[in-house]
Design a protein around this ligand. Sequence first.
Ligand SMILES: [Zn+2]
Length: 400
Amino acid sequence: MSDETPVLEEKAGSEAEAVTTVRSLRELIERVSGKGQWKLTREADSGLAESLPFPFLALVGQTEMKLALLLAVINPAVGGVLLLGPRGTGKTTAIRSLVDLLPETPRSLCFYGCMPEDIEVGGLDAVCPDCARKYGQGEPLAAMDKVRLVELPLNARLEDVVGGLDERAAVQERVRLQRGILALADRNLLHVDEVNLLADEVVDAILDAAAQGTYSVRRGPLTATYRARFGLIGSMNPEEGRLRPQIMDRFGLRVVVRGLSDVNERMEAYRRVQAYLTMPRRVVLAYAPETQLAQAELQVARDMLPQVVIPEEVSRLGLAMVHRLKIDSLRAEITLFEGARAYAALDNRLEVSAEDLRDVAPMALRLRRSTFMEKYFEDQGAEEAEISGIIDQAIKENGK
Ligand SMILES: [Zn+2]
């Protein structure tokens, strides 16, 4: 054994050259998801996996989950994404892997969150005196900053989420409100894991803020209104508790995440995860050129979104789909159309096509009727019975 450096090789026969040009993010993902097969030759740089997210482009399969996440990043108006599935299906890994792809957004430089567009809409009184002065002197009120992934702690209380009295300030006999997680999530992505296990009041506050883009806090004589325009990503394991149908309905896109069913895909996913766990830096580096390209494409898609239009006949088709499925919720068509606009932008087009609707419709329209949980538990029951049957059969045949 003379080889001292850790090597991460691609097996012969795979496309070794990096993807450097691509027509759209959609095309890039299709090309990269089939890339290479990792062969692990030596252990290295372990312990870094936590701080270096698994590359989004190294995720095997799970096309719909990946697509839903990208649509939510491109267009927060889809109304958030809910990922439903058992543990170990890669939901959290996929969500965290978005970090390296996130685009930039204008962010206020002021504690109060004043933005130049506030002045355009409401005049100089719409911002704090400091920002009004800055604006007058031609100084910027906002700067471009990367969209961040904010994770809601599992034990979050209502006052953590919406904010409350600043206790440190209270000690000094000043009364001040402290910003909550929702205010920190402004112009970012908010990941709420185990959303089905959160207190109702907390979920309601999050969903209200997500829908309105702002929220108000009142504590004694103090009130404050904060901006909270964030992309919401919820995840849950339906086996651990149900989600009220009204709450389920308030998520725009829903993806039922299952384990990979193809044996080769499973094997490849296993290899990549093992490679990542032992040498995260190498794996991240191996995907770096494509990741950079994908991030640039995502930025382009997000920037072109305002120009993407839905032709009349395509919107009629969308409404007909909703009508035929007998879905009452108005959120269905909002999500369908906003999702389709993001999808067209993802594919570098300014006009939504019927095919875009077809590809987005399952995510936007499924689980709009409240029968899902009953069905889920029925399926689980049926699966248990099937497993027992197959095991018994195998044992019987083995004994012959
Ligand atoms: Zn200000």
